[in-house]
Design a protein. Structure first.
Length: 195
């Protein structure tokens, strides 16, 4: 029994770092977003095109590719779309590879309006869980999920936080929003001074 108690003391901190849901603590440190931009080709996705838009083939995000085609965009910078706090950063292997997830609050501290941005197949991750980011910060580089695809950025925006990473495609779009539509309509956030 004593041994078991001791063991749980040793293992708990480890599990709390790797599997516990970090939402409340991270959300309370999340900065307020004033504006949004695209995750590649700053500003405004210059020299990039969206090869597979949200909704096409039931795609749950956008696939950003360099105009040069093939792997010409491999290693290009990936930017945080707005101020926020990193909620996940790891190589989950398989079809996803390196992914980064970031919380954003474009409401107020009193009345948060939150979304999560997700950046996948990265070659490099330059931020870790809990990192505070500013819009336009370089958070990683474009990759190919360890050689599975031509290099591109799979990019999602979710209005429900901490959903499972998912499959990237689904007829059920609950919790997902059209990233390009969202960014275009939130280039600058209008604040209600009464909030
Ligand atoms: Zn994709």
């Amino acid at each position: 029994m004593k041994y078991l108690v001791l063991l749980s003391f040793i293992t708990l901190p480890f599990f709390s770092l790797t599997t516990a849901n970090p939402t409340p603590e991270l959300l309370s440190s999340c900065p307020i977003s004033e504006s949004f931009d695209f995750p590649v080709g700053a500003p405004n996705a210059k020299n990039y095109y969206n090869a597979q838009k949200f909704g096409k083939n039931h795609h749950l995000g956008d696939d950003w590719n360099g105009r040069g085609g093939g792997n010409t965009d491999f290693g290009d910078p990936v930017y945080a779309i707005s101020d926020g706090i990193v909620s996940f950063s790891a190589d989950i292997k398989g079809g996803w590879g390196n992914i980064i997830r970031i919380y954003h609050n474009y409401g107020t501290t009193q009345k948060p309006v939150t979304i999560e941005s997700l950046y996948a197949h990265l070659n490099k991750r330059l931020v870790k869980i809990g990192s505070l980011v500013k819009k336009g910060d370089k958070i990683g580089t474009i990759g190919n999920a360890n050689g599975r695809y031509w290099a591109h950025l799979h990019f999602e925006i979710r209005d429900t936080l901490d959903m499972p990473v998912g499959q990237g495609y689904s007829i059920n779009t609950q919790g997902y929003i059209d990233p390009t539509k969202f960014i275009r309509s939130h280039r600058k956030i209008k604040k209600n001074p009464l909030n």
